[in-house]
Design a binder for this molecule. Structure first.
Ligand SMILES: Cc1ncc(COP(=O)(O)O)c(C=O)c1O
Length: 454
């Protein structure tokens, strides 16, 4: 079980820079009292993040009501790609609210008409249809349903197997958690679907065999016939790293899916909307999937997700057969449309690509300085991770990762609690509008914190 950050007021060292402002006690007594109310009335599962009550957030900063200001390396949880509280997104939401038009179910609304066109205009040719939902898990559940329905339609009842990857994450609902078996997350499911199987992910760190033959061998070992595979789903990068597959592997996977008429789906819930220095993370592999899921950074704010894909797969269900009450809510659509426009106008994909090189260098430096404690330090675009290990092993070091997140919080750098296998990953994901100066300052904070923690 994850550790809770202590609710004890601790006097911290005053920090005042262009990007951070921290003083007094963290958390102070009033914050402690308020968070205690939350703990009393809310399920325990919602605890586990550093004790701040977010008051406002702008660009790449998060503020509490006392005037403390954190440099944000979380983006919430990779949500605010266009930056927190961008004025254009706020304006789009406000205009939609003031019409007023707050919900329409599946009745058409003008904002949704604009958004689906916009989305198709920024996705590769051949992926022409969009289905909008509210959360990332809804998106991956929908992909599961589409892959399996399509497989059985073209190949008969046996073409039903879904192949996912070990240590992947696609959400916390029944289907998504079976496709993404990370940790003990699916232990609650009694009757696991025998036709959802997993193969090793070629991350090059914990699984050093990155050849595509391992994919085929793993299926064979499980007795899965290639022609019975309806679909293959992978996070574009595994969130636990971020771990990317080699480009050659992705290309071989694309070919294998074509040969076996299996739908290839990438889960872009984390990777999309510029996070990896490309609008879509799968562009890094020079391939196009048949379907992909989006969420998190879609609107940089309100809940909206979706699946985009080939028309013959997306159109498999008829009118009113695949809907959700809050699909394409007009306020969320307005936010998403504005967020995509901001990402394009402010060239945030390019910013992520450029600053990504700096992030990679900084993480490499930190890794070589503390090589005994950091097993792997991948970064692509503006997503990175420090995989803390027990000295000299690949065993995750959750306590150390947790102490680093805690230490950074007290120094004015905000990250969410460690994630990944054994909770050993300190994940780095600033809003894509971050500047070089702020990125470097944040990396200095991490460096200093690790130095004082080990
Ligand atoms: C790759 C990936 N897919 C799906 C999800 C689920 O998204 P949500 O929490 O919005 O349901 C997440 C959330 O962390 C994710 O990282």
């Amino acid at each position: 079980m994850a550790k809770e950050f202590p609710l004890e007021p601790v006097q911290v060292q005053t920090i005042k820079t262009k990007f951070r402002n921290i003083s007094g006690k963290l958390p102070d007594e009033k914050t402690v009292a308020e968070i205690e109310k939350l703990r009393k009335f809310e399920s325990r599962s919602m605890r586990g993040q550093p004790p701040i009550i977010w008051h406002s957030a702008r660009g790449f900063n998060v503020y509490d009501a006392l005037g403390n200001k954190w440099l944000d390396f979380s983006s919430g949880v990779l949500i605010t790609n266009a930056g927190h509280g961008h004025p254009k997104i706020v304006r789009a939401i406000t205009e939609q609210l003031s019409k007023p038009l707050l919900t329409t179910y599946c009745f058409a609304n003008q904002t949704r008409i604009e958004l689906v066109q916009k989305l198709v205009s920024i996705t590769p040719k051949g992926l022409d249809k969009v289905f909008l939902l509210s959360t990332g898990s809804e998106g991956t559940e929908c992909a599961l349903k589409l892959m399996r329905t399509y497989g059985r339609k073209i190949g008969g009842d046996d073409k039903s197997v879904i192949v996912g990857f070990e240590n992947s994450f696609h959400g916390r609902t029944l289907g998504s958690q079976q496709m993404g078996p990370l940790g003990s997350g699916r232990a609650w499911i009694k009757n696991l679907d025998p036709e959802i199987v997993h193969v090793p992910f070629p991350d090059g760190f914990r699984n050093e065999n990155t050849s595509f033959s391992l994919f085929e061998q793993s299926l064979e070992k499980m007795g899965v016939k290639s022609q019975n595979v309806a679909g293959v789903i992978s996070e574009t990068y595994q969130g636990i790293g971020p771990n990317f597959m080699p480009k050659e592997y992705a290309k071989a996977l694309r070919q294998w899916c074509d040969k076996n008429k299996a739908v290839l789906c990438f889960d872009e819930v984390q990777a999309g909307f510029g996070r990896c220095g490309k609008m879509w993370g799968f562009e890094l592999y020079d391939i196009t999937p048949d379907l992909f899921c989006m969420g998190k950074g879609f609107s940089s704010s309100l809940p909206i997700s979706g699946v985009v894909g080939r028309a013959d797969v997306m159109d498999i269900y008829g009118p009113n057969e695949m809907t959700s009450t809050h699909s394409a809510n007009p306020v969320c659509c307005a936010a998403a449309l504005a967020s995509i426009e901001v990402i394009q106008q402010e060239r945030l994909v390019e910013n992520a690509a450029n600053l990504g090189k700096i992030l990679q260098n900084r993480l490499n430096e930190i890794k070589s300085r503390y090589s005994k404690y950091i097993g792997f330090a991948p970064a692509v675009g503006l997503v990175g991770g420090l995989l803390m290990v027990k000295p000299g092993t690949k065993e995750p070091n959750y306590d150390l990762a947790w102490n680093i997140v805690y230490g950074c919080y007290r120094r004015g750098l905000l990250m969410f609690a460690p994630v990944g296998l054994g909770g050993g990953c300190v994940k780095i994901a600033p809003p894509l509008c971050i500047t070089e100066e702020a990125l470097n300052e944040a990396c200095d904070v991490i460096n200093e914190t690790i130095g004082e923690t080990i």
